[in-house]
Design a protein around this ligand. Structure first.
Ligand SMILES: Nc1ncnc2c1ncn2[C@@H]1O[C@H](COP(=O)(O)OP(=O)(O)OP(=O)(O)O)[C@@H](O)[C@H]1O
Length: 636
């Protein structure tokens, strides 16, 4: 017998079993309360219910399309990023992986008198006149006396991007005591140096790139008289006197693949710029300084700031990449006689000079591609060994004084620079021009790619906002505050290209229902009967948009894209579907304010056993979904 042809005597307490996506009703023999729940046949979805949910479906579809759009934009972003990285790598390769800049301290002597300078500069050339001789030195870039901190940082910036791209990077400030190494690296409060600017820039870049997740950590250490001190350790004496030199408690470990780690070195996670700045300020305070005749706040040690960048690519890129950015303020090279150093200060000066000489040997050996690189000659070179060699980018900023008094030290420092960049020194003019041309082209390519990247990022942001808006709309379309809409939307994951997704969407949202739900001749007859019943009951409905209708009938097709996109086996489909339905079953009662207000006498809280049979005066309503399906097949 057809269930819907019998006059409906009434549906009382509504009990649902959604375990198979079928909404049924029960009765207590009293007032009909939820007529929209009476569909015993999943094929019977009266027209008005479809109409009711059209805005919801549209919002839903929009969301899927928008997510597909985001997916495509992210793919584009990744390919642009790869293009940018490749161009940057090429530039750095052409320029050389070890580069030397020279910064000249402004023309003030220690007693602040203007002096005649023995130095004249070109863009990449420095000429030093001394006792009737004239010496020329080539570097990659000269920063004359009037250069600002910004000028210096602009040239340093590209190498930071290399660190974010996964290369180990080392930026070292070298030079005679008092020539401005600490000024260049740390700067002052109003003229920040490379380190604080680099930290800021890293966080800026990281926040721009939403398709990749970065985590940054920071360490600071000093190499003092051949010993290592942890500047971020709680135990480090921040106000140290000459007699309280910290004992070396750190040792250097080298892994089989050449990676270096300092055992026991404090490494703090820095989730944001504020944390990073706080830790950096703390490390700075701890750095050893004492008085010398030359510089009132002379650094008696090498200060190394390490930012470890952990880049985990998105689903496409896969593995994590860890890179290190070393920002090193080297101790001042000095002629010990001139500084008048004695005792402890003399020893400190000797230690600094020895390690600087070891650093020069290492870089020179790397430049000449020697088989043996003498990393082990000093603690400084041991620590930096995995960030100076193959695949790393090294930038040394040699600081010199413009003062006549310092000319001997200036020549020493520039000779060091010459040794470090020796191989690059004898390049023909033609080759130089060709290099410059290639660099200019690549820089233009990077510029264009970055502009495009910027556009893509803002497009992604816009579409993401639209998705959010759409989610809200979707919620409002159905029932404000219902938790199930976001539940359903969140399950949609665009796995393939937009084309693939459209296919999936087409299959599930527009045209098809699951095969077992396809209508038959009998079910179409029953549908018209159900339509009649429903129109009779419409008056008694407790809202225009029945969540039960939506959930019981349309939910299955809504879960379709998710199932199709993510589940390969029918078993997993079933599990997902059941899980969703059980959530919906809960939301159906607990979150439908209309239900609660209009049917408070009839509707009971949904403490239902999962397969509880529904009961109505209609024998046909007393079926579990399982029985119901069997009956359907009997009829067709
Ligand atoms: N380009 C510059 N413009 C203005 N002031 C500078 C500049 N370079 C250095 N100074 C100032 O000169 C003084 C010495 O500089 P700084 O301490 O940076 O030298 P240093 O090379 O680090 O010396 P040391 O090796 O002894 O630590 C500081 O007061 C610093 O502010």
């Amino acid at each position: 017998m057809e269930p819907m042809e019998e006059p409906l005597r009434g549906i009382g307490n509504l009990h649902l079993d959604l375990s198979d996506g079928i909404v049924a009703a029960s009765e207590s023999g009293e007032v009909p309360s939820t007529p929209s729940m009476v569909y015993t046949d999943v094929n019977v979805v009266p027209e008005h219910d479809n109409e009711v949910s059209v805005p919801a479906i549209s919002s839903f579809q929009d969301s899927i399309f928008l997510k597909a759009e985001i997916s495509a934009l992210r793919a584009k972003q990744r390919s642009l990023d790869v293009k940018r990285r490749e161009a940057l790598d090429k530039i750095l390769d052409i320029k050389g992986s070890i580069r030397v800049f020279c910064r000249i301290r402004n023309g003030l002597s220690m007693d602040n008198k203007k002096i005649m300078s023995p130095i004249s500069t070109g863009l990449e050339k420095i000429t030093v006149r001394s006792v009737g001789t004239r010496k020329e030195f080539n570097v990659d870039k000269v920063f004359p006396q009037d250069s600002t901190q910004e000028d210096v940082f602009l040239e340093v910036e590209p190498i930071l991007r290399s660190a974010l791209d996964g290369h180990n990077v080392c930026i070292l400030a070298y030079g005679q005591t008092g020539t401005g190494k600490t000024y260049t690296m740390e700067g002052t409060n109003d003229r920040q140096g490379i380190v604080p600017r680099a930290i800021e820039e890293l966080f800026r870049q990281v926040s721009k790139d939403k398709s990749t997740s970065f985590s940054l950590s920071m360490s600071m250490l000093e190499v003092y008289m051949g010993s290592l001190g942890d500047l971020l350790s709680q135990r480090h004496p921040s106000a140290r006197t000459m007699n309280s030199i910290p004992k070396c408690s750190l040792s250097i470990l080298t892994g089989s693949n050449g990676t270096v780690e300092v055992e026991g070195l404090t490494d703090v996670m820095v989730p944001d710029l504020k944390h990073a700045n706080r830790w950096y300020a703390r490390g700075r305070r701890a750095r050893a300084t004492c008085w010398t005749n030359v510089n009132e706040a002379s650094s008696r040690s090498h200060c190394l700031t390490r930012i470890t960048i952990c880049r985990s690519g998105d689903k496409v890129e896969g593995d994590k990449v860890v890179s290190k950015l070393w920002l090193v303020d080297l101790g001042g090279s000095e002629r010990l006689l001139k500084t008048g150093a004695t005792g402890q200060t003399l020893d400190e000066g000797k230690a600094i000079n020895l390690s600087l000489s070891a650093l020069g040997d290492v870089i020179a050996a790397l430049k000449r591609k020697r088989n043996h690189i003498p990393y082990r000659n000093s603690k400084l070179t041991q620590i930096l060994s995995d960030s100076l060699g193959d695949g790393s980018k090294v930038l040394m900023i040699v600081h010199i004084s413009a003062s006549e008094d310092d000319v001997a030290e200036t020549i020493c420092s520039l000779s060091f620079a010459k040794r470090v960049r020796a191989i690059e020194a004898n390049v023909s003019e033609d080759a130089k021009k060709q290099k410059e041309k290639s660099i200019a082209e690549l820089e233009q390519q990077i510029h264009d790619t970055e502009e495009e990247l910027h556009k893509v990022r803002s497009q992604i942001e816009r579409v993401e906002n639209m998705v959010q808006e759409n989610n809200k709309l979707f919620l409002n379309d159905d029932q404000k505050g219902s938790p199930r809409s976001p539940l359903i939307l969140d399950q949609i994951e665009i796995v393939g290209s937009p084309q693939t997704t459209k296919k999936v969407i087409g299959k599930t949202c527009h045209t098809s229902v699951p095969h077992f739900m396809a209508s038959t001749a009998c079910s179409r007859q029953r549908q018209s009967a159900a339509g009649e019943v429903n129109s009779k009951l419409r008056a008694m409905r407790f809202g225009n948009k029945s969540s039960a209708n939506f959930l019981g009938s349309q939910f299955l097709s809504y879960s379709g894209p998710y199932l199709l996109a993510n589940s390969r086996s029918s078993k997993s489909k079933q599990v997902t579907c059941e899980a969703n339905i059980s959530k919906c079953r809960h939301s159906l009662f607990s979150c439908n304010p209309d239900n609660a207000s209009q049917n408070s006498t009839d509707l009971k809280p949904p403490n239902l056993p999962r397969n509880k049979k529904v009961s109505t005066s209609q024998p046909n309503f007393r079926v579990t979904p399982h029985q119901h399906r069997r009956r359907m097949s009997d009829l067709t």
